[in-house]
Ligand binder design. Structure first.
Ligand code: UT7
Length: 324
């Protein structure tokens, strides 16, 4: 038995913010952002919540899959910027969709989150605990950005993307293997601290909430090492050559990372879809969003071989090999 991707969905907030818009806020330029990242515009929440984005993406994904909300057994939401600390966004989504029997929970994995979510859903499906699962990445990252910090605020956007997956008896299709790992020793490279312990016994006054911070070069190097390494490690025991892969759907953090991975894997850049030019880095929503864009254009083909790869905070990374 295999877990197959039955459908994809995504949603973006209405407001589009250009590089020129950002150059009015911080000391940056369209030229710097384009050249260093490949990003031109991103969508930013003004009136939307993380739940609004997740709900729209879920409805699209379920419709695309032909699965009714009440048939979902599992909802895994990867988010680091949900509307509430608790309840989890997955619980809110479960209620909003009206899927009574689904087990909903969040995972705060960051940009690798949806590929982690696929691994979890795959385990639930293979164990017989779930028949249909929703794997969602939903982020309202604009609220954890310091809009005076040019090294961060130009990179990220808001959005949601999801996979609807289910069981299939056809072993030649679906998720063939997933590798999900963490490099915790370098976790300091991408962080957003929570409130400090401040209570009547700690002797500390409550400090203001921090913003997201990143050592960009450290994360860049981590990605360029771990992405090719994990693809090779995943495919080797399966006897699948990297040349056989039709598309590599990588996390859309930086066009230069995608270029570097293509070069290191000796693969043509055309095999690497990109959309960071118009959505920026939307963290956990990134991989399902780019696949959904391809799906909407009829560019995902049954039987094609895909690599899905997310990497980021943790430093966590996850790579999946999927026959669509
Ligand atoms: O989603 C999670 C995973 N995240 C990633 O994979 C991100 C990985 N890292 C990156 O994509 C890149 O490291 C960045 C895009 C974040 C930064 O690019 P970089 O080429 O590594 O730039 P840098 O941090 O080395 O900065 C180069 C220069 C610095 O100035 P000096 O010290 O050379 O004078 C920065 O202060 O660029 C400056 N700079 C900017 N200048 C204009 C940094 N941000 C900006 C900006 N506009 N927005």
């Amino acid at each position: 038995m295999k877990t197959v991707i039955l459908g994809t969905g995504s949603a973006l907030p209405e407001k589009v913010v250009s590089n020129d818009d950002l150059s009015k806020l911080v000391d940056t330029s369209d030229e710097w952002i384009r050249q260093r990242t490949g990003i031109v515009t991103r969508h930013i929440c003004v009136n939307e919540t993380a739940l609004d984005l997740a709900l729209e993406a879920a409805k699209n994904g379920l419709e695309n899959a032909g699965v009714a909300p009440e048939d979902l057994d599992l909802i895994v939401v990867s988010t680091v910027s949900s509307d509430y600390r608790f309840p989890g966004l997955a619980c809110q989504l479960q209620e909003a969709l009206g899927c009574k029997k689904a087990m909903p929970f969040d995972i705060p994995v960051g940009c690798a989150g949806c590929v982690y979510g696929l691994d979890i859903a795959d385990a639930f499906i293979k164990s017989g605990k779930a028949k249909y699962a929703l794997v969602m990445g939903a982020e309202a990252l604009s609220k954890v950005m310091d809009w005076t910090d040019r090294s961060m605020c130009v990179l990220f956007g808001d959005g949601a993307g999801c996979f609807v997956v289910g069981a299939s008896e056809d072993d030649s299709r679906g998720i063939q293997a997933i590798l999900a790992r963490g490099e915790g020793a370098n976790g300091d490279a991408l962080v957003m601290k929570d409130r400090e312990i401040a209570n009547p016994w700690s002797g500390k006054k409550e400090a203001p909430l921090d913003y997201a911070k990143m050592d960009g070069q450290a994360v860049f190097k981590f990605a360029c090492k771990r992405v090719p390494e994990s693809i090779n490690e995943l495919l080797k025991p399966l006897g699948v050559s990297v040349d056989e892969i039709d598309k590599f759907f990588l996390h859309q953090a930086n066009y230069r990372i995608v270029e570097a991975v293509a070069r290191m894997m000796k693969q043509p850049i055309e095999k690497f879809p990109t959309n960071m030019d118009h959505v920026g880095n939307i963290s956990a929503a990134s991989v399902p969003r780019i696949m959904d864009e391809y799906n909407q254009q009829g560019l995902l083909k049954r039987g094609e071989k895909y690599i899905l790869c997310g990497f980021g905070a943790g430093l966590a990374y996850a790579t999946a090999y999927v026959v669509y």
